[in-house]
Design a protein around this ligand. Structure first.
Ligand SMILES: Cc1cc2nc3c(=O)[nH]c(=O)nc-3n(C[C@H](O)[C@H](O)[C@H](O)COP(=O)(O)OP(=O)(O)OC[C@H]3O[C@@H](n4cnc5c(N)ncnc54)[C@H](O)[C@@H]3O)c2cc1C
Ligand SMILES: NC(=O)c1ccc[n+]([C@@H]2O[C@H](COP(=O)([O-])OP(=O)(O)OC[C@H]3O[C@@H](n4cnc5c(N)ncnc54)[C@H](O)[C@@H]3O)[C@@H](O)[C@H]2O)c1
Length: 473
């Protein structure tokens, strides 16, 4: 029973659709439904809209990363080096920069709901039944919403194993690390997934000693091996200690630091620890039992190609349905789900080759097949590479670390995969993606040779890589 459950409901309102959560998944669904003339409400339990994406996930981590990478560029660029030029920033200072970005995002996204007449209700939503939602507000009062259709877009939170004391002042997860107010001298990062690797880059960029502890035998094993190796090389080259194939036996917080013991018998100590190993769906507060939905052990819901759950009028999008758990995909899922709710079925689906953009230092981005996948499938492919250090634009900007790799079919010359690391990789990849997505003969590596690129640009890497590949045929 909720606190103050005896209080009278403040309002009772009817909606065509209620969207639970205002992250990218919820926003995509709400906007599409509202623009199609539906009476829509969104329910958000946080004090401001935007979701985990804006407040704890994508936006703060990317703003932190941007500030750190500019600092590194500034400190390494010959234009600025010289006595007295070395500059530093504290974690709190760069967090302050991130909070400015969050404020702007919240303002902009709030205006979308306002302009499209979507009712925003602040409070925690839970099911009474499939057509009735209870919203419990912070002051304990509650509303009931009668609704024809529901979209669950409640996102996810860091996974917290029970044997770790996350209440300890020196043990953080990716949400609580944003409250770090004192710069550590050294940090243990447990989990070398995307979050662990990105934060390893951020902390190392600030001069903090980092131990990155990975349970697997290489970093980000879903990446093309050459790119994953390049990331390991550059993190190590920048001073990160990476320990592969290690699992924790115990993690203990003390007054002056944290000790991690591994199952292999190693003991590591640091000022603090960031646990970045997996996510759990935000499902518990929803009372999905009331509608007969059964989440899996990670708190995720199963949906069909229309994002419909096993209950006809209840849909789910974003992190709560698991893969790919990306802000980029969540927004599209919300929009596609809304068309299915309006028309009975979705007329489009998420693209099959979802790009990855990983904001480590150096940045990584890829789309399509890896060399390992093509080799396993016995596809006759060839490789074309461009090293950033050979591009005039990279030399001018001092961003010499990086490479663009194109994988293409030897016979049809069709582009099969592209993999990039280095500054702006996540932007650069979209040029190749646009060609890769072309149907039939539109997708060919020859495009990059037969077009004229602005000079000097990073996009020129495509021409260099294409020529390099074609010369191997
Ligand atoms: C550190 C970090 C970095 C990331 N970086 C990237 C990146 O660079 N690129 C990328 O594409 N993705 C990134 N992601 C992933 C991305 O943030 C998520 O995939 C995305 O936020 C999922 O969107 P969503 O709409 O499903 O949920 P969320 O954005 O998590 O929003 C869910 C909202 O639902 C609300 N809610 C939950 N339960 C209830 C309830 N019962 N009632 C009312 N409201 C409720 C929550 O308060 C929250 O506001 C990152 C994630 C993390 C943690
Ligand atoms: N740039 C980006 O695109 C970006 C950046 C950061 C995070 N993200 C997203 O955030 C998510 C989290 O990344 P991560 O680095 O924490 O971990 P991860 O998803 O790489 O998982 C790490 C390990 O934990 C396990 N695991 C995950 N959830 C679990 C659970 N609830 N219970 C038990 N084990 C679990 C996984 O199987 C895996 O072995 C990813 O899905 C990623 O897409 C994306």
């Amino acid at each position: 029973m909720v606190k103050n459950a005896g209080k009278k409901p403040s309002t009772e309102t009817n909606f065509d659709a209620v969207v639970i959560g205002t992250g990218p998944g919820g926003e995509g669904a709400a906007m599409q439904l509202a623009k199609s003339g539906k009476k829509v409400a969104v329910v958000e339990r946080h004090q401001s809209i935007g979701g985990g994406c804006t407040h704890w996930g994508t936006i703060p981590s990317k703003a932190l990363r941007h500030a750190v990478s500019r600092l590194i560029e500034y400190n390494n660029n010959p234009l600025f080096t010289g006595t007295g030029w070395q500059s530093g920033m504290t974690f709190s200072q760069i967090l302050h920069y991130a909070s400015g970005v969050i404020r702007k995002q919240v303002k902009l996204r709030s205006s979308f709901y306002q302009r499209n007449n979507v009712t925003v209700i602040h409070g925690a939503a839970s099911f009474v039944d499939a057509n009735r939602i209870k919203v419990t507000k912070n002051d304990g009062s509650f509303d009931y919403l009668n609704v024809k259709q529901v979209v669950i877009a409640t996102g996810s939170r860091p996974y917290r194993p029970k044997d770790i004391d996350f209440g300890h002042a020196r043990i953080y997860d990716s949400d609580t690390v944003l409250s770090l107010d004192k710069d550590p001298r050294n940090i243990l990062i447990y989990g070398a997934g995307v979050i662990g690797s990105e934060y390893a880059s951020i902390f190392r960029g600030m001069g903090v000693k980092v131990d990155l502890i990975n349970q697997r035998d290489r970093l980000l094993s879903f990446l093309d091996a050459e790119i994953s190796d390049a990331l390991s090389y550059h993190l190590r080259n920048n001073g990160v200690v990476i320990r592969h194939n290690e699992e924790y036996e115990s993690i203990t917080g003390h007054d002056d630091g944290v000790t991690l013991k591994t199952k292999s018998g190693k003991v590591m100590k640091a000022d603090c620890l960031l646990f970045a190993n997996g996510r759990s769906g935000n499902i518990e507060a929803l009372n999905v039992d009331a509608v007969g939905l059964k989440p899996n052990y990670r708190g995720q819901l199963e949906v069909d190609e229309n994002y419909q759950t096993q209950v006809d009028n209840i849909y789910a999008v974003g992190d709560i349905i698991g893969y790919p758990s990306l802000a980029s995909a969540a927004y599209d899922q919300g929009r596609i789900c809304a068309t299915a709710m309006l028309n009975g079925s979705a007329d489009e689906s998420l693209i099959s080759d979802i790009p990855t953009g990983i904001y480590t230092i150096p940045e990584i981005s890829s789309v399509g097949k890896t060399e390992e996948e093509l080799t396993a499938a016995k596809v006759p492919y060839e490789v074309g590479r461009a090293q950033f250090k050979h591009l005039a634009r990279a030399q001018i900007s001092g961003n010499n670390v990086g490479c663009l790799k194109l994988l293409f079919h030897r016979e049809t010359r069709e582009l099969l995969g592209l993999h990039c690391f280095g500054e702006r990789a996540s932007e650069i990849v979209h040029i190749g993606q646009a060609i890769m997505e072309q149907k039939g003969e539109g997708n060919t590596i020859d495009y990059f040779v037969n077009t004229t690129f602005n000079y000097p640009t990073m996009a020129e890497a495509y021409r260099v890589a294409a020529l390099n590949g074609i010369n191997r045929l």
